[in-house]
Design a protein around this ligand. Structure first.
Ligand code: SAM
Length: 494
């Protein structure tokens, strides 16, 4: 089935840090790369050589030293790479379930889960809490009809489907689905109304809606690109009931990606100096093969849908661990209503006014406290703190944690949100009184910045392509043009 992409995206190979790993090697490749001033007509000869290469659609050359060479990749090459990407995902997940134990507690089959920081299987207790919190976030919406895209071995499905009239689960891997069904058969049977389909996420053809909730949990990081993600969101949106919710869970946070990699560097080199850790973390972040996304990207997607009021991007519930620190859940309610908060208060005004905190837990009121220090980031090793632009010290973080605990103790329901200010070390706190429902607390908002769309997520397919194509094309240039070369700074886009 063809992909339906609403965002024909152009993207440079540069990462958020401004440099490409490949660019570094290319501008200093071999003896021919002398950094000479380009001879007359060099740019035309260079363009002709590049245009003759397979996969080059367009070449734009600007500048002098270095020469900036922007190359647009032919659509066909990108489509092939995308198909290969999906095929790899299918194979990798299939292999993971095949090589993992099948006879443990099957309601918590975490066979496809490995820590990105320690590279060890995920801690069972962390996973149990993760599952419980995610299931709670979905069941609170009281769905009777659920579509889960990328349902995996059924961590959510096995818990949610028994209370639904209809549950459709899709997954790209037949081996994963086989494991899911075997798990269910061993543990009490397949729930009524369950239907599973082997499908890539973008293919929802033949599935009839409406659904109260569409779940895409811990799946989008394996998607090949933003246009692919948007095509999936568009298709899922079409299947939602008028008051349905699209839940995109466990999204890897792009603004916190360098901090995440700093932690993973420190897991193997705990005493490395800060500058080295940061440099290494930035490199790993640039080479991260998964789709890593800024919450703002979902807001931009909502901007294009008149029946989407915005995004409610929440920090994951639960204790402090790598999943709750670096991943978030997105709620996209199908609604045009942007409900105002009863009050919006900056933390700066409240932090020293403890006597005002209880008033935030009014019966049916929903309040928003802005720019509270994120306590989960305050425990980062000092070498990783710079990666989030400075985390709050212990005392400020404890105060923020005490604030949240106090609101809960006073009977309030509290959600931690990605802050509207989008400052990575901070969060916004939504406080609902005892008379509020989970739906009342679903308050989409708009996240805005000057960032280009291409800066709001990684591009796994393009990164993979860039790595091979840039090397191949540069070699062709060196072979075809025997003259001294200026520095060439490639920027490969699609
Ligand atoms: C980490 S598991 C998550 C499973 C489940 N949603 C959960 O929360 O427990 C990711 C699952 O997504 C599936 N997946 C990844 N990319 C996919 C795609 N493009 N289309 C459909 N399924 C995909 C994988 O096969 C795998 O089973």
């Amino acid at each position: 089935m063809p992909l339906r992409c609403t965002s024909p995206q152009s993207r440079s190979g540069r990462n958020r840090g401004g440099r490409r790993a490949m660019g570094d090697s290319v501008v200093s490749t071999g003896e021919a790369d002398t950094g000479a001033r380009p001879a007359a007509g060099y740019a035309d000869r260079l363009r002709a050589v590049l245009l003759a290469q397979d996969g080059v659609a367009r070449v734009e050359i600007t500048g002098d030293r270095p020469l900036s060479v922007r190359i647009d990749v032919a659509e066909r090459i990108r489509e092939d790479a995308l198909a290969r990407h999906l095929d790899d995902v299918d194979q990798v997940f299939g292999m993971m379930v095949e090589t993992s134990e099948a006879d443990h507690d099957t309601s918590l089959d975490t066979s496809v889960w490995v820590s990105g920081i320690t590279r060890q299987p995920m801690d069972t207790e962390v996973m149990r809490e993760w599952v419980d919190a995610t299931v709670a976030a979905i069941t609170e919406l009281r769905p009777r009809r659920v579509l889960e895209i990328g349902c995996g071995t059924g961590l959510l499905l096995s818990r949610i489907a028994p209370d639904c009239d209809r549950y459709v689960g899709t997954d790209i891997s037949d081996r994963v689905l086989a494991r899911l069904l075997a798990n269910l058969d061993r543990t009490g049977g397949r729930p009524n109304g369950l239907h599973t389909l082997r499908r890539p996420a973008h293919d929802l053809s033949g599935i009839d809606g409406p659904f109260d909730v569409v779940v895409v949990n811990s799946v989008v990081q394996y998607f090949p690109s933003v246009p692919y993600l948007w095509s999936v969101l568009d298709s899922a949106w079409d299947l939602l009931a008028p008051d349905g919710v699209l839940f995109v869970g466990d999204v890897r946070s792009q603004p916190l990606l360098t901090a995440y990699h700093a932690e993973s560097v420190l897991a193997t080199a705990p005493r490395a100096p800060a500058a080295q850790v940061l440099a290494h973390a930035r490199r790993r972040a640039a080479q991260d093969p998964e789709l890593v996304i800024s919450p703002e990207l979902f807001s931009r997607w909502a901007d294009r849908h008149p029946d989407a009021a915005g995004v409610d991007a929440r920090l994951k519930r639960g204790g402090d661990n790598e999943l709750t620190r670096y991943r978030y859940d997105v709620f996209l309610p199908r609604s045009t209503a942007t409900l105002p908060f009863v009050q919006e208060l900056p933390w700066a005004e409240l932090q020293d006014a403890e006597e005002r905190w209880p008033a935030l837990v009014g019966d049916r009121s929903v309040s928003l406290v802005l720019d509270v220090p994120n306590p989960r980031l305050s425990g980062l090793p000092p070498q990783a703190v710079a990666a989030v632009g400075g985390a709050a010290g212990r005392a400020r973080a404890d105060r923020a944690a005490g604030f949240v605990d106090g609101l809960r103790a006073a009977g309030g329901t509290v959600h931690l949100r990605w802050p509207r200010s989008q400052r990575p070390g901070l969060l916004d706190v939504v406080v609902g009184g005892p008379g509020t429902t989970p739906r009342d607390l679903l308050r989409p908002s708009r996240l805005r910045s000057d960032a280009e769309l291409s800066q709001l997520a990684s591009d796994p397919v393009l990164s993979r392509l860039t790595a091979t194509l840039e090397r191949r094309w540069h070699k062709a240039v060196l072979g075809a043009l025997p003259e001294p070369h200026p520095h060439l700074d490639y920027d490969i886009r699609s």
